[in-house]
Design a binder for this molecule. Sequence first.
Ligand SMILES: [Zn+2]
Length: 131
Amino acid sequence: MKENFLCPHCRGYLNVGEYIIFSVRNKQGDAGLILLHPEIGNYTVVKHPLFFYDEGEHLEFRCPICHKKLASDVHDNLARIIYIDEKKREYNILFSMVAGEKSTFKMIEDEGKVESFGEHARKYLDILGMR
Ligand SMILES: [Zn+2]
């Protein structure tokens, strides 16, 4: 696999097949697995039809390998994972854990830059020092 997504805690691979796998808990405390698309800015979500949550619900994302929370220290709504591109460069990826919210950020540490993706990204630009 050319590109990889890793847990920041155990550095286990979160991408399998065509998707990135997360263990998620909804506000009722029910746990389930959800699959997100590895293309940054593609918000396709695959889940079991009997694992429910509402639009706008804050979900808790955990690593399916070590079970640690993937919360970022930037904002309560944003999760953090590691992305390694085909040239083996490593980035932090932040994304919203709020169901239906399309916000993803790719942090380019060397250049002190952040790339934002998704129609709701604007909400977090202040926190990320992007304006
Ligand atoms: Zn882990």
